[in-house]
Design a protein around this ligand. Structure first.
Ligand SMILES: Nc1ncnc2c1ncn2[C@@H]1O[C@H](COP(=O)(O)OP(=O)(O)OP(=O)(O)O)[C@@H](O)[C@H]1O
Ligand SMILES: [Mg+2]
Length: 145
């Protein structure tokens, strides 16, 4: 299982610098979600969230990374996606999470969309230091751990 998605120490790190890297992160996320037993539909939703986060890295920070990992909590299993960069940071995080807010003439639906697609959503951003978005999606049902 670990080999198929290139997990090292239980995580896969995908450097993000270009549109091609966005595709790679999306594919790796989809593969890991499928291996974890997420349905094809759920895996697609997770992959979509990953591409939105990766797209923001390329657009606003130029470079960064997406880290994919398994997560377990009280018998629940899921996938955790961490998108981090050392870019300019977000001036107003509250606004950035609102539908339609964009500083680049975009639709401003990326971050709010990611928040809706995933179960847990955390964002830490510091001006001049960078941004880290951590999102999780849990598998439904107890299942073996
Ligand atoms: N990694 C990041 N670094 C710096 N700023 C960011 C980052 N990600 C998002 N932002 C800021 O948050 C705003 C909202 O992001 P969001 O992804 O929701 O919308 P968008 O990228 O502008 O448009 P869309 O994703 O719909 O094409 C962005 O316009 C940008 O100002
Ligand atoms: Mg975006």
């Amino acid at each position: 299982m670990a080999d198929e998605v290139g997990l090292v120490n239980d995580e896969a790190v995908v450097p993000i610098r270009s549109d091609g890297d966005i595709v790679t992160a999306r594919q790796e996320g989809r593969a890991l979600a499928s291996l974890l037993g997420f349905s094809s539909t759920e895996a697609t939703l997770i992959a979509t969230a990953i591409s939105e986060l990766a797209r923001n890295i390329v657009l606003y920070a130029k470079r960064g990374e997406i880290v994919l990992a398994l997560v377990e909590d009280h018998g629940r299993r899921g996938i955790v996606v961490t998108a981090r960069d050392e870019g300019p940071g977000i001036v107003d995080v509250r606004k950035a999470l609102m539908d339609g807010h964009s500083t680049s003439g975009g639709l401003g639906l990326g971050l709010p969309g990611v928040r809706r697609l995933m179960d847990d959503f955390e964002i830490v951003s510091q001006i001049g230091k960078g941004t880290t978005v951590t999102v999780k999606r849990w598998k439904q049902g107890a299942g073996p751990v």
